[in-house]
Structure formats: structure tokens, C-alpha cells
Design a protein. Structure first.
Length: 255
């Protein structure tokens, strides 16, 4: 039979344990600037991935900053979709075949992927760089930036954010860029062959390339207007409800 003195003793024990844990956490040193050697970080092999835990410690401005790297075999997934309480940043380096990176509260970055790339974030930005293959990028409340892209099929959309694309359109490629509240900036070589279908309701359209088509002022109040660069073999659809649309040479997205 458990008596009152037993419960009292147990309570003291729990309180003492919590006090030790709190003291230990408060004593964890602040992480300063550091350089980490990939080859010196221990590797933990799990069922579907290999994990390198680089750091997990408080900083001068954060209660905790954590970084780990998961290496997956083709076709494997690190874990089921889940929600993080804290903000996260998802970075995918490399990968072939079907490459998927998704987040709810964090920024998504994909670099050096080849194949079918799907990148999305609900409340942060999406960046895809130095990648090739079919590319699909989506966000609800974030900017989307694609740079150094080689693809015949690109579909990009966001609700509240800007869209930027810098790449060389394929001869018969199909490209779609859309945002509700944001600007669209496109950078393509002057030698490209593209038919641009432009539509904006509250913004204006400008281009520094030698496009064939009606005066730029014709793009207004949701009217679809078509412009041609070269022989126009590729198709690119640009649509923004509340933002401007701009087309220029490579590097335009950085200005």
C-alpha cells in the first residue's frame, strides 16, 4: 500500500531530477562560429538512411540550432510527412530520378538535381538551382526562384510571392509561371525561340528583349497578349493578378 510519505518522497525525487536536468541544460555552452569537416562527422546508419549529426546547441540568438544531413538511396524516404513546431530549412543536394522536397513552415532549396523535381512550401520560399528535368514548384506564401535551369517542362505557381526564372528554354519546351500577388521576372538568352503569353490585371509588362508583338501597353486588365522571340517554338505562359511581368536576358532576375 502506497502511503503519503511515499508519495512525498517520490515527489521530492522528481523535483530533484527536474532541477538537475534544468541546471544541465542551462550549462550547455553557446555554439560559436565553426567549420565542420564532412569526413570527421560520425555517421549513424539507420534502416533507410545514413545520418550525420553536425550540431544541436544553443546560440547567441537561438535557444537551439540543429543541423543533420540524411543520405538516401534512390526510392527511399527519410520519414513520413510531419509538422515541426519550430522553423526548418530543407536543402536537397543532388539526386536523380524523382526528387521531392516539401515543407510546411520552412524554406525549401534544391540544387544539382536531375530528373523530375517537385519542390513546395506552404509558408516559405522555394529555390531550385543548377537542376535539369521536369520541374514543379509551388508555394502559398513565399517567393519561388529557379536559376540555371535546363528543362523542357516547368510549372511554377504561388499565391503571395514573386516568381523568378533564369534558364535556356528548350526548342519545344512548355513553361508556366503564375502568381496572384507578386511579380514575375524571366531571364532567357536573346537567341531563344519562345512564344510568350502574357497576362496581368493590375501590373504592367516590360521587356528588354527584341520581342515581336503588340505594344507593351496592350497588356492590361487581364487581357492575354502574345509576343514572340525568334521562331517561337517554345511556349511560356506568364500570369500575375496583382504584379508586374518583366522579361530580359540572363541575370535579369538578380537586378
Amino acid at each position: 500500500m502506497i502511503k503519503s510519505r511515499d508519495l512525498f518522497a517520490a515527489s521530492l525525487g522528481v523535483a530533484a531530477t527536474l532541477g538537475v536536468m534544468t541546471f544541465a541544460q542551462s550549462e550547455q555552452p553557446i555554439m560559436r562560429s565553426a567549420i565542420f569537416d564532412w569526413n570527421e562527422v560520425p555517421v549513424k546508419h539507420e534502416e533507410v538512411r545514413s545520418v550525420r549529426q553536425f550540431f544541436q546547441a544553443p546560440t547567441a540568438t537561438l535557444d537551439e540550432l540543429e543541423l543533420h544531413v540524411s543520405t538516401l538511396q534512390p526510392g527511399d524516404t527519410s520519414h513520413a510527412p510531419h509538422r515541426h513546431v519550430n522553423e526548418e530549412l530543407v536543402i536537397v543536394k543532388g539526386g536523380t530520378g524523382a526528387v521531392t522536397a516539401k515543407s510546411i513552415m520552412g524554406e525549401v532549396i534544391v540544387e544539382g538535381a536531375r530528373g523530375r523535381v517537385t519542390a513546395s512550401s506552404v509558408n516559405e520560399s522555394v529555390r531550385v538551382a543548377s537542376s535539369s528535368g521536369d520541374i514543379f514548384a509551388e508555394s502559398s506564401n513565399g517567393h519561388i526562384t529557379l536559376s540555371q535551369i535546363t528543362s523542357e517542362n516547368v510549372d511554377v505557381s504561388t499565391i503571395n510571392g514573386n516568381v523568378a526564372f533564369d534558364g535556356s528554354p528548350a526548342a519545344r519546351g512548355r513553361y508556366r509561371f503564375a502568381t496572384h500577388n507578386g511579380n514575375i521576372t524571366i531571364g532567357v538568352p536573346e537567341s531563344s525561340n519562345v512564344t510568350f503569353t502574357v497576362r496581368t490585371y493590375q501590373g504592367r509588362f516590360t521587356s528588354s528583349l527584341n520581342l515581336t508583338g503588340p505594344p507593351r501597353s496592350e497588356v492590361r486588365q487581364g487581357r492575354r497578349t502574345t509576343y514572340t522571340l525568334g521562331n517561337g517554338s517554345a511556349e511560356m505562359e506568364l500570369e500575375s493578378f496583382g504584379g508586374a511581368i518583366r522579361i530580359g536576358p540572363p541575370g535579369t532576375t538578380k537586378k
